[in-house]
Write a protein that binds this ligand. Structure first.
Ligand code: C2E
Ligand code: MG
Ligand code: MG
Ligand code: MG
Length: 285
């Protein structure tokens, strides 16, 4: 009835209002959290085929004084709707550079949101943060998503290329989860692809997915692109990922995201357990 319709519309408006207020509240709290240093980075190690740690990925967490640890999926989308994402992105990069100074053999990956690449100053920001921390650009891997990479905007592409000219590597995150395919590798220069967990989790389950990952790896290698298999949760996925030819592996089976102290422990265990001196930064991915 008309009455019902009106009641629903009102309810909808109330919901909208609540939603909007909720968003504003998170925005305000997040801004404060960045200033008050309530954000933290966890680091998930990346391993080569010999299960040697070659790098790690910085993953942001928000330790809220009342609500406990909030995962990025709950606040990154809110940050992305405003300039907060720039504040947050710069904070993450600066903290990661500072933390990673202690591990000169490791590469480190930092996730960048699509909107960060819409700013004129993104390249200057990265250059400045690297310079102030004294970290060689070659150690930094910027992870972008398909929506950044697929952007038709010439300026986004130009910025990605400028980062590569600095020596920064570009990794395409969650590859295969959306529309990106083989053709993409040719159309857009990236250094690394990270095969999405959705693919990796099917390794061993169907012959088709094993064939698919193997094909993906050979095409990537033909374009001189390294391949990370992410979301490795079982030993069998690790073995099949190796068989498929992937270069680097990441996932809960190998290691959960760790605190900086956890990375430190892994790093020194590795240095201590090797009789042969390790080469300089290997930066496989
Ligand atoms: P992502 O970049 O694809 O990161 C991988 C996510 O998968 C992480 O979740 C990680 O904890 C989780 N993961 C790793 N291995 C496994 C596994 O074996 N099994 C399962 N089920 N999950 C695994 P997290 O930390 O919650 O991050 C979620 C997403 O939030 C990230 O996905 C990334 O897109 C975004 N994110 C995280 N930190 C940042 C940041 O500093 N800036 C931006 N812009 N985005 C970030
Ligand atoms: Mg990532
Ligand atoms: Mg990923
Ligand atoms: Mg993912």
């Amino acid at each position: 009835s008309k009455r019902n319709g009106k009641a629903q519309a009102t309810l909808f408006e109330v919901e909208m209002m609540r939603d909007h207020r909720h968003t504003r509240l998170i925005e305000r709290e997040l801004r404060a959290a960045i200033l008050l240093n309530e954000l933290e980075l966890a680091y998930q190690p990346l391993f080569d085929g010999n299960q040697e740690m070659v790098g790690c990925e910085a993953l942001v967490r928000w330790r809220h004084s009342l609500r406990g640890v909030i995962p990025p999926s709950d606040f990154i989308p809110v940050a992305e709707r405003s300039v907060l994402i720039d504040l947050l992105g710069e904070w993450v990069l600066r903290r990661a550079c500072r933390d990673m100074k202690a591990f000169p053999n490791l590469c480190f990956n930092v996730n960048f949101s699509p909107n960060q690449f819409k700013r004129d100053n993104v390249v200057a920001m990265v250059e400045a943060v690297l310079a102030e921390s004294g970290i060689p650009a070659e150690r930094l891997v910027v992870e972008i998503t398909e929506s950044t990479a697929m952007s038709d905007r010439a300026d986004v592409k130009a910025r990605l290329n400028s980062l590569r000219e600095l020596g920064v590597k570009i990794a395409l995150d969650d590859f295969g989860a959306g529309f990106s395919g083989f053709a993409y590798l040719q159309a857009f220069p990236v250094d690394i692809i990270k095969i999405d967990r959705a693919f990796v989790s099917k390794l061993g389950a169907t012959a088709a997915s094993d064939v698919m990952v193997t094909a993906l790896v050979s095409v990537a290698h033909a374009f001189d692109v390294k391949v990370v298999a992410e979301g490795i949760e079982t030993e069998s996925q690790l073995e099949l990922g190796k068989l498929a030819g992937a270069d680097v592996f990441q996932g809960f089976f190998l290691s959960r995201p760790l605190s900086l102290a956890g990375i430190e422990a892994l790093y020194s265990a590795r240095l201590g357990s090797n009789l042969l001196p390790r080469s300089k930064a290997k930066c496989k991915a």
